[in-house]
Design a protein around this ligand. Structure first.
Ligand SMILES: [Zn+2]
Length: 215
């Protein structure tokens, strides 16, 4: 994996600087694929599109923030880097609860990105079940209610004519416990290379399993 520059942007909510690392190149060796369509590649980590400001804790879409500059943090010539850029707070992807609480505002500010924002929030909630020691998802009733509302809205936004979207619709319905609807989608014609994923999801539906799994 080759690191890219560290980007410095200005939080659109409080105007403080924030920074995040990028990746110039990598590969998908050792990547793990999950039933919700997310790929986790250790040698090609995702750069988050939505981040939480370290100063005001506000959540914002990176593309909506003004870019201030970039620098290479791993190089020796650090004296030339603006001290304010170095001091800028690190920007991280919000957790599920933060995503869901900010969802309406994020979508209102970037309506064209609604599908992506809802997808990222869903994936973030599923992150509890990824990795070597999966943990149960938080059962805070407010978070659960917002999570389910987001999944229903996402299902409505996915393209019924697109096989990969249909697979994600079936998976979201499975996670919601709507097994009959999921099976109805999975029983439609799909291109041959979807066979493994379809079998996996049908098997999980038959077991009445609602938890994210590896594909
Ligand atoms: Zn801020």
């Amino acid at each position: 994996m080759t690191p890219g520059p560290t980007l410095v942007i200005r939080c659109p909510l409080c105007s403080q600087l924030g920074k995040y690392r990028t990746v110039a190149s990598g590969n998908t060796f050792g990547a793990v694929y999950y039933t919700d369509g997310k790929r986790v590649a250790p040698m090609l980590p995702d750069t988050p599109s939505v981040v939480r400001c370290a100063a005001c804790r506000g959540v914002f879409w990176c593309a909506a923030a003004a870019e201030v500059g970039e620098f290479y943090g791993h190089r020796k010539d650090t004296a030339a880097v603006d001290a304010d850029w170095r001091k800028a707070g690190k920007l991280h992807e919000p957790d599920e609860g933060e995503y869901l609480a900010a969802l309406d505002r994020l979508i209102a500010s970037s309506p064209g990105e609604e599908r992506g924002i809802r997808l990222f929030a869903w994936w973030r909630g599923n992150d509890h079940h990824r990795g070597s020691s999966p943990a149960p998802a938080p059962d805070n009733p407010k978070v659960v209610s917002l999570r389910h509302a987001n999944m229903h809205q996402l299902i409505a936004l996915l393209d019924t004519a697109e096989p990969s979207d249909q697979l994600m619709r079936a998976e979201a319905l499975r996670q919601l416990g709507e097994f009959e609807q999921a099976v109805a989608i999975l029983s439609k014609p799909f291109p041959p290379d979807y066979g493994t994923a379809i079998s996996r999801l049908l098997g999980l539906c038959a077991m009445r399993d609602t938890v994210l799994q590896k594909l």
